[in-house]
Design a protein around this ligand. Structure first.
Ligand code: FNR
Ligand code: 8K6
Length: 351
């Protein structure tokens, strides 16, 4: 009973998806030491080309966006060329792929980009550190970031747009701006991490400004039909939620709707989580406030996703961990074959 997942879907006049199953963005930390995608990564993505759309693992837009080891970039010529190998391999297998554009903000660690300079800054809306340390590199505790200046904000916006242009040069079909999961853009959207008193903080309109400026700069560079965004109205990772966050997203979502994005994608690990300040699930909240293409995600099986699409909870589903465990996820669902279960040990190799 998952036939509806196999109905084609037109994102807009230029991008048609063969089915409604997206591969969720999944950081794998397998780029080489220059943050260039490898042949093994090209093979990994090519094996998953039957997805209606692959969203790449998060790709850093510039060196100080890095918060995890060996995450690929899109700011050097060799990175663009590495991604060309990936996008060609996916296209040769009949697939489509968007790049997810990422800056980790206060979750960045200078260990990755400082070249030994102890004063290398961590960029964030406000000088409030996130507690804890880098996953799998626990000796790297998070530093107190620098509250970015207006000039630095303008440069960041420019760098997102440049990375989007680089993504198109690398053969991607479009980009998903990573505005979710407690990273830089999301840090502007939540009161926990944004205490600014200038035009980027203090009220919903100001707190939405950076996200919208990045979206507009990317649209300007590559077009709205190739631009998507991921958001986490429910804070659950790298951030604490605040009841006032609701107003920020109440303001942001209708503004986004006017941009005619390729799609809006929710960032969450489990969509059965409920948030008091959103009145329930994130997907229900976003659906009620945003009337264009919505991608649901978060611990869905093909069956639960099919029924959510059937009852109009969202239009497309992104599948994460099951796609790590099953490169042929789409074929298995179509043929009603059993899936291999995901386990965290699978993260150590690229199958
Ligand atoms: C993720 N997720 C994630 N999200 C994102 O926006 N960018 C990323 O690079 C990553 N990386 C990542 C790595 C790993 C190992 C996991 C498990 C998850 C979140 C992911 O896209 C998705 O939202 C969740 O995995 C929930 O979907 P599933 O796995 O329940 O289908
Ligand atoms: C985006 C980079 C992420 C790198 C590794 C992610 C590994 C995720 C493992 C799954 C468990 C995540 C749980 C986090 C959410 C907490 C929910 C309350």
């Amino acid at each position: 009973m998952t036939e509806n997942l196999f109905k084609p879907y037109a994102l807009n006049n230029t991008i048609n998806l063969n089915n409604r199953i997206l591969m969720a963005p999944l950081t794998r930390c397998m780029a080489d030491d220059d943050l260039v995608p490898t042949q093994a990564m090209a093979d990994y993505y090519a094996r998953r080309a039957e997805a209606g759309l692959i969203i790449s693992e998060a790709v850093i837009i510039r060196p100080d966006g890095q918060g995890y080891p060996n995450t690929p970039g899109l700011f050097s010529q060799s990175q663009i060329e590495g991604w060309q190998r990936v996008t060609s391999a996916v296209h040769n297998n009949g697939g489509k792929i968007f790049a997810q554009l990422w800056h980790t903000g206060r979750v960045a660690h200078p260990y990755f980009y400082s070249n030994g300079d102890d004063n290398a800054a961590v960029m964030a809306p406000s000088a409030i550190a996130v507690e804890g340390s880098v996953p799998r590199m626990r000796e790297l505790t998070y530093k107190t970031p620098k509250a970015v200046t207006i000039d630095e904000i303008n440069t960041l916006i420019y760098d997102y747009a440049q990375a989007a242009e680089n993504a198109i040069a690398a053969g991607f079909d479009g980009v998903e701006i990573h505005g979710a999961n407690g990273y830089l853009i999301d840090q502007f959207l939540h009161h926990d991490s944004n205490r600014r008193t200038d035009e980027y903080g203090g009220n919903s309109e100001n707190m939405s400004r950076f996200a919208l400026q990045v979206v507009d700069a990317v649209i300007d560079r590559i077009g709205h039909d190739k631009t998507a965004l991921r958001v986490s109205p429910g804070a659950y990772f790298n951030l604490e939620g605040d009841n006032r966050d609701r107003d920020v997203f109440d303001h942001l979502l209708p503004q986004l709707e006017k941009r005619n994005l390729a799609f809006l994608h929710i960032g969450i690990f489990d969509d059965s989580m409920e948030f008091d300040y959103l009145g329930g699930r994130v997907s229900s909240y976003v659906r009620a406030n945003y009337n264009k293409t919505l991608v649901g995600v978060g611990s869905y099986s093909a069956e639960t996703a099919s029924s959510a699409i059937d009852t109009d909870k969202f239009d497309l589903v992104a599948i994460g961990r099951p796609f790590i465990a099953n490169p042929d996820y789409v074929a298995k669902i179509r043929n009603n074959e059993p899936l291999v279960s995901y386990s965290d040990e699978m993260l150590t190799s690229l199958v």
